[in-house]
Design a binder for this molecule. Structure first.
Ligand SMILES: *[C@@H]1O[C@H](CO)[C@@H](O)[C@H](O)[C@H]1NC(C)=O
Ligand SMILES: *[C@@H]1O[C@H](CO)[C@@H](O)[C@H](O)[C@H]1NC(C)=O
Length: 313
């Protein structure tokens, strides 16, 4: 075997290497830019899962923020005492008596800064785990597109949120199904935004989705309240940076649960101080709260505090 490398070839290789290094540097600078200057005044509130009568009009809305309600939940299960999976045919499982199509229209008419979305999945359906369990990717996507399109149009909704927490498929099936669903609803003009709601123990599913479909995902509603309830400010800051890295370039929202005894960094332990620090670093893409139903007991104190922080300066 004879290998001859002449000096011209070596020079060409060196020049190519040089260009690659320059390109790599440029990419690094660009991705650092997408990691900074991401403050936004988005406030997001989940509502309707607990059936305690909470209405949109109970929740304080500061006109200086972008305010999103997310109805929890639409689930692809039968609404029966022994619920079973429907392969993407979604039914409404939120308190639709108190959160009806006409109430959606009224709250949006009264507040030009309000949009309303629905969330898919959730933890349980009538006390059994709500599993992501498509029969096939194509049939699930087709059923999901048609059933969700009719719910979204009936309720005059603007977006969807993905909150599956249990899975009977692998990551690739989840990523492909959900990615195609979001892409199709956006291409059809049915929704204008989409978010995902991961937490640590299901992150592999959502990171697989992010890997191929980040361009159609507008917000990452990371459930920081799924961490331990003794989370400190320092730990929260480290979790936040980790998730900003996992969802590189994404708008990761800070979050709390408003029920007594919720996990994560609580307001009493410095959640809003930590948000202020993120804001001063240009890293606060918004705040979300799970959930309005629970916040009623506390007169929506955290909702007021979060929106004031987002609206100020
Ligand atoms: C990534 O998305 C593209 C475009 O939707 C699709 O064609 C491709 O199969 C996806 N790849 C994976 C690994 O899901
Ligand atoms: C909205 O937030 C701003 C900024 O913090 C505050 O000055 C204002 O009073 C708030 N409005 C309401 C209605 O809470």
């Amino acid at each position: 075997m004879c290998i001859s490398i002449n000096s011209t070839l070596i020079k060409q290789m060196a020049s190519t290497m040089h260009k690659l290094i320059l390109l790599q540097t440029l990419i690094t600078i660009l991705s650092m830019q997408t990691l900074t200057a991401q403050n936004s005044n988005l406030f997001t509130e989940y509502i309707g899962a607990i059936f305690n009568g909470v209405k949109f009009t109970d929740v304080p809305i500061n006109s200086s923020v972008d305010f999103h309600f997310i109805l929890a939940f639409a689930i692809d299960y039968t609404d029966t005492s022994s619920p079973s999976p429907t392969n993407g045919n979604f039914n409404i499982f939120w308190d639709s008596t108190n959160l009806s199509p006409s109430q959606v229209s009224s709250i949006k008419q009264a507040n030009s800064n309000v949009k309303v979305a629905l969330s898919l999945g959730g933890d349980t359906v009538h006390d059994v785990p709500a599993n992501f369990s498509p029969t096939s990717i194509d049939s699930w996507v087709s059923n999901a597109v048609s059933s969700l399109t009719s719910i979204i149009q009936q309720y005059n909704l603007d977006g969807i949120d993905i909150d599956y927490e249990h899975f009977s498929t692998d990551e690739a099936t989840f990523a492909s199904s959900i990615g195609q669903l979001i892409t199709t609803l956006k291409n059809n003009g049915v929704i204008s935004f989409a978010s995902i709601a991961p937490f640590d123990s299901v992150n592999s599913y959502y990171m697989a989705l992010w890997k191929n479909y980040s361009s159609v995902i507008d917000y990452v509603n990371f459930q920081f309240y799924a961490y331990s309830s003794d989370t400190t400010v320092t730990q929260f800051e480290s979790y936040f940076e980790t998730q900003r890295g996992n969802y590189n370039g994404g708008k990761v929202l800070a979050s709390i649960g408003s029920a007594a005894g919720s996990g994560g960094l609580s307001p009493a332990n410095g959640f809003f101080d930590a948000c202020q620090t993120l804001k001063s670093k240009g890293e606060l893409s918004g705040i979300f709260i799970w959930c309005a139903d629970n916040s009623m007991a506390n007169s929506f104190a955290y909702e007021n505090q979060a929106q004031s922080l987002l609206a100020s300066g």
